[in-house]
Design a protein around this ligand. Structure first.
Ligand SMILES: C[S@@+](CC[C@H](N)C(=O)[O-])C[C@H]1O[C@@H](n2cnc3c(N)ncnc32)[C@H](O)[C@@H]1O
Length: 286
C-alpha cells in the first residue's frame, strides 16, 4: 500500500523538538493529533527558506537567521475570526460593562479597551462599530481601542482593513453600507475613520515584558486563544492580563473558555448577556 500522506514525515524527535519550540515561544500546545498541521507548516517554511533538511531548518530557527522565528510563528497561528463574533458580549459591553466603568468617573479619563489577540482586526473594529451604533454616550467619552496579536502578518492585514464577504457575514447590511466601501475584487475596505480609531501592536500574551508596556485597560477581550494553550500557559496569560487591568476592569473570554478553571484572581460577573470576569476593585496588587 502506498503511504496516503504525501508529506515527507518528521521523525518523533523532530516533531517533539518543534512542538516544544512553538510552546516555549507562544504557549500554544500541539499534540500528535496536530502532526499533519505542524508538518505542513514546517515543510512550507523549509521551502521558503531553501533549507534542504530538517536539521538545517531547525538550526536556522534556533539562531533566528533572517527573522525566521517570526515567520515560523506566523505560520503556526490559527487566525479564524469575523465581525460581530459572539455579539452578545458586545451587547454586555454597552449594557453593563461600560455603564459600570463610567459611573462616578470623569469623561476626561479615556476608556481603554484591548482586543488581544485581535488576529486580522475584525474584533477591535467590531468594538468600534458596535460602540458607534449602540452606545448613546459614545461622543461624550474618549475611547482608546488597541488590537494586539503575536502574528505580525495578521496585524499587517488588520492595518489594511480590507475584508472578504465571509468576515462581514454577521454585520447588519446598514452597518456595511455606512462604514465599508466595496472594492472591484468583491472585497470591502473599512472607512478611514474606523481604521484610524484602532491602534495595533504586536504582543505575546505569555510574555509579561510584552503585555505590561501598554498600560492598564478598562475592558479586555481575550477570546479564542486560551483554547490553544495548556494549563501553565493559560495561567501565565491570565496573570499577565490581570496586571494590565485597572481595578474593577473586565475581561471577556471566548464562550468555550472559563477563567474559573484557570485563575482564582478574578471575580465572576454574570450579566444577562454574558459571563465576564473582573479584577476586584481592591486587591493585594493595588
Ligand atoms: C482564533 S484567533 C482569535 C481572534 C479573535 N480574538 C476572535 O475571537 O475572533 C487566535 C489568535 O491568537 C493568536 N495567538 C496565539 N498565541 C498567541 C500569543 N501567545 N500571544 C498573542 N496572540 C496569540 C493567533 O495569532 C491568532 O490570531
Amino acid at each position: 500500500m502506498p503511504d496516503p500522506d504525501p508529506l515527507p514525515g518528521l521523525n518523533e524527535d523532530e516533531f517533539r523538538r518543534l512542538c516544544e519550540f512553538v510552546y516555549r515561544r507562544t504557549g500554544m500546545v500541539f499534540t500528535e493529533a496536530k502532526r499533519y498541521f505542524v508538518q505542513r507548516r514546517v515543510i512550507d517554511r523549509m521551502a521558503a527558506t531553501g533549507a534542504a533538511t530538517f536539521a538545517s531548518y531547525f538550526a536556522r530557527l534556533r539562531t533566528d537567521l533572517d527573522g525566521e522565528v517570526e515567520h515560523f510563528i506566523n505560520a503556526f497561528t490559527v487566525n479564524e475570526t469575523y465581525f460581530y463574533r459572539e455579539e452578545h458580549q458586545l451587547q454586555c459591553l454597552t449594557t453593563d460593562l461600560l455603564r459600570e466603568r463610567t459611573r462616578r468617573r470623569s469623561p476626561s479619563l479615556p476608556i481603554r479597551i484591548w482586543s488581544v489577540p485581535c488576529s486580522t482586526g475584525e474584533e477591535p473594529f467590531s468594538i468600534a462599530l458596535w460602540l458607534l451604533e449602540n452606545w448613546p454616550q459614545v461622543d461624550a467619552w474618549d475611547i482608546e481601542i488597541l488590537g494586539s496579536d503575536i502574528d505580525t502578518r495578521a496585524l499587517e492585514a488588520a492595518r489594511e482593513g480590507v475584508y472578504g464577504k465571509r468576515a462581514l457575514m454577521r454585520l447588519p447590511p446598514a452597518v456595511i453600507a455606512r462604514y465599508f466601501e466595496p472594492l472591484a475584487d468583491g472585497e470591502w475596505r473599512l472607512s478611514e475613520d474606523i481604521r484610524g480609531s484602532v491602534g495595533f501592536s504586536p504582543v505575546n500574551l505569555v510574555e509579561a515584558a510584552q503585555t505590561r508596556p501598554h498600560g492598564r485597560f478598562d475592558v479586555i477581550f481575550c477570546r479564542n486563544v486560551l483554547i490553544y494553550f495548556d494549563d501553565a500557559s493559560r495561567r501565565t496569560a491570565a496573570e499577565n492580563l490581570y496586571e494590565t487591568l485597572l481595578p474593577g476592569g473586565y475581561i471577556c473570554l471566548g464562550h468555550t473558555e472559563s477563567m474559573s478553571r484557570i485563575s482564582p484572581l478574578f471575580e465572576v460577573c454574570r450579566y444577562a448577556d454574558a459571563i465576564v470576569y473582573r479584577r476586584p476593585l481592591e486587591d493585594a496588587h493595588g
